[in-house]
Design a protein around this ligand. Structure first.
Ligand code: NAP
Ligand code: COA
Length: 270
């Protein structure tokens, strides 16, 4: 059940908000009464997400863009603003991931993920700042346990998400005086998502991963949505610069367990 927060009339923009966890966040804000915009590369995914958000009763808008293209990000934000009220909530969640050992990864493979996750987040934050409600805006970057726990086959994501969290902390310092709060959410393994499918590809690995979660289950996109509502609400008015794991205790237990199992799977017995 979605937590009860009232965002009626608030304006929310979720970058990467057309599927998975980020769409769960967009849905949560739509259900709480907000106007919601989403953006990602695929026009088809954008159209489907906007239709779903509208079916929840929200005023919704969508933009097809690549967060690696700073000009495209800026243009979408400018078009979305167009005389309207500033943004109350900004979420930066676009990301890419594929499991690969560093020795098997080309420089361009490493760069692709760093460019989407880290440079893309910088592009989004930098372009959105002029359009944020000041004071009072809440910014959320979507991190991952890879930011603070090393995982095999995840060198690109570990480096990128650690960078995202340092952006969160640094901008909490730079934007605090304007009354803008910025935090990260680090989801644990979230069922029915692309990230989950890529990192937990078999039933056997899923069973091991589930057992490594203290709550003994995977999370849902709606539970990440609840955390985003909380962090953007008055209940979190004095919270800025934190990385909030929403992972059933996974990071405390040792978030590397699932990726380690995958690594052993890739190497085979012996
Ligand atoms: P997902 O559905 O693939 O979400 C990624 C979103 O970003 C999609 O909407 C995708 O849409 C968009 N995107 C990707 N590259 C983009 C680019 N270059 N420019 C603009 N948009 C782009 O995967 P997910 O698993 O839900 O992951 C969502 C977030 O949660 C990510 O930040 C991920 O790192 C984080 N996370 C996930 C898990 C998990 O268990 N799934 C755990 C920890 C953290 P397009 O393809 O249309 O561009
Ligand atoms: N193993 C090793 N390298 C890989 C790879 C894999 N499984 N998948 C892609 N790469 C490499 C490519 O070979 C390429 O490097 P090269 O030019 O040296 O050959 C580089 O990554 C970029 O690939 P490309 O397909 O051009 O990138 P893209 O920008 O179109 O897509 C990705 C970005 C690779 C991250 C793609 O998986 C994607 O779009 N992901 C979004 C969805 C997602 O990952 N969701 C989960 C979020 S947690």
């Amino acid at each position: 059940m979605q937590a009860r927060f009232d965002f009626t009339g608030r304006r929310v923009f979720v970058f990467g908000g057309t599927s998975g966890i980020n769409l769960g966040i967009a849905r949560a804000f739509a259900g709480a009464g907000a106007d919601v915009a989403v953006a990602s590369r695929s026009q088809e995914k954008v159209d489907v997400a906007v239709a779903e958000l509208e079916s929840l009763g929200a005023t919704a808008a969508g933009y097809a863009l690549d967060v690696r293209d700073a000009d495209a990000v800026a243009a979408a934000l400018e078009k979305h603003h167009d005389g309207a009220a500033p943004l109350d909530v900004l979420v930066s969640g676009a990301a890419g991931n594929f499991p690969a050992f560093a020795n098997d990864m080309s420089p361009n493979g490493f760069k692709a993920v760093v460019d989407i996750d880290l440079l893309g987040t910088f592009n989004v934050l930098r372009a959105a700042y002029p359009y944020l409600a000041k004071p009072g805006a809440s910014v959320i970057n979507i991190s991952a346990p890879q930011a603070f726990v090393a995982m095999p086959m995840q060198s690109h994501v570990c480096a990128a998400k650690a960078g995202v969290d340092m952006l969160t902390r640094t901008l909490a310092l730079e934007w605090g005086a304007a009354g803008v709060r910025i935090n990260s959410i680090a989801p644990g393994p979230i069922a029915d998502t692309e990230g989950f499918r890529r990192l937990i590809p078999t039933e056997k690995i899923a069973e091991q991963a589930r057992r490594s979660v203290p709550l003994n289950r995977f999370g849902s996109a709606s539970e990440i949505g609840d955390a985003a509502l909380f962090l953007s609400s008055d209940a979190a008015a004095y919270v800025s610069g934190v990385v909030l794991p929403v992972d059933g205790g996974w990071s405390v237990a040792g978030a590397g367990a699932a990726a380690l199992a995958m690594s052993q799977h890739a190497h085979g017995p012996g």
